[in-house]
Write a protein that binds this ligand. Structure first.
Ligand code: 5AD
Ligand code: SF4
Ligand code: FES
Length: 333
């Protein structure tokens, strides 16, 4: 199995495939973490409902539009609106309104990805019609047994419901993104290999997968001593990126931010391993500390301008160029 090959061999092969298919471009998706309110209690996540140690926030429409404007002025091809999961008529209507405002503000030019968890078919369709054309919903792990270990056992955290949501997104016509965490307690190499096959079977358009990193205020933290050391988790994550590029040569793969927690150049290494999407953080500074999904999240004190310059340098250092002003959709199925 590919995941057993030495990392340099795998990376060189994946990079060659990437160059031949998606080329040397890296696309920017400006990430706006517009609210950390979440109804769920995933055992690994720092913004889970049960974590009372963080302040909850919600960006105003103006703050969202300012972040969008930054992305637009800096010729990012698209933005990602991300939040915890909430299901209410008020939340649905707010997103719809924001989508319409963003479309108007950017004259329909900026691509919009949503990442707001599981919603009904009708809600997904309403947002699609309002202008979102991509949706990110990580399956977290394609193994139902492992999924059950890292989530509470109740209908709000049901594997099959999440899977059905992914199918709904595809049926509606979204470019659909998913992903997994790598190096979870109890996770095996077989689980990870099956994750890659899951992406292929689902004919997924984009993948964001990164290392699991413990958060001390979460239930899964009690297993942190079982985790492989950071260097090993980084290697595994890079192997996953490279193996996915070989398996699905035209797919969009994000260089996950969590890689940078394990190593200062973790994201650049992912670009060399086959990733072609970078997600600069555009969340206003005052909120960032409260969107800590895991400990030691990078860029908490770096303003969007700073991250922008930093990322341009990182992409150049990885030997690639930025696809300014391009949506960067997957081109070939
Ligand atoms: N480590 C790494 N990734 C995490 N996420 C949530 N908590 C963690 C963690 N402790 C990821 C999940 C989720 C995405 C928004 O963040 O995969 O889908
Ligand atoms: Fe909420 Fe997503 Fe965190 Fe789960 S992983 S608690 S759904 S923000
Ligand atoms: Fe934020 Fe480098 S990407 S400081």
């Amino acid at each position: 199995m590919t995941l057993h090959l030495p990392l340099p061999t795998l990376m060189a092969r994946a990079h060659a495939v990437k160059t031949a298919t998606v080329g040397h471009r890296v696309y920017l998706r400006g990430l706006i973490e517009f609210s950390n309110r979440c109804r769920k209690n995933c055992y690994y996540c720092g913004i889970r409902h049960g974590n009372r140690t963080i302040g909850r926030y919600e960006l105003t429409d103006e703050e969202v539009l300012q972040a969008v404007d930054f992305a637009w002025r800096n010729r990012y091809g698209s933005i990602v609106l991300q939040s915890g999961e909430r299901q209410s008529a008020h939340f649905t209507a707010r997103i719809t309104r924001l989508l319409q405002q963003i479309k108007r503000h950017t004259q329909g030019q900026i691509g919009i990805t949503l990442s707001c968890g599981e919603q009904s078919y009708d809600v997904y369709r309403q947002w699609f019609e309002a202008g979102a054309h991509r949706y990110l919903l990580r399956i977290e792990t394609s193994s139902p047994a492992l999924y059950a270990k890292i989530h509470p056992c109740n209908p709000t955290h049901d594997f099959n419901t999440r899977l059905a949501a992914l199918h709904h997104l595809k049926t509606i016509g979204y470019l659909t993104g998913t992903g997994v965490m790598i190096g979870l307690p109890f996770q095996t190499i077989d689980d990870l290999a099956n994750d890659l096959l899951f992406f292929q079977q689902m004919n997924i358009d984009m993948v964001g997968m990164g290392p699991y990193i413990a958060h001390r205020d979460t239930p899964l933290y009690r297993y942190h001593t079982l985790l492989p050391p950071p260097a090993q988790r980084l290697e595994l994550a890079l192997k996953m990126v490279a193996a996915l590029r070989l398996l699905m040569p035209h797919i969009n793969i994000a260089a996950a931010t969590a890689l940078q927690t394990l190593h200062p150049t973790g994201r650049e290494q992912a670009i060399r391993a086959g990733a072609n999407v970078f997600m600069p953080n555009l969340t206003p500074m005052k909120y960032r500390h409260n969107y800590r999904l895991y400990d030691n999240k990078p860029c908490l004190n770096d303003a969007p301008n700073h991250c922008h310059d930093c990322i341009a340098t990182r992409i150049r250092c990885a030997g690639e160029e930025i696809g300014y002003g391009e949506w960067g959709d997957r081109t070939n199925c």
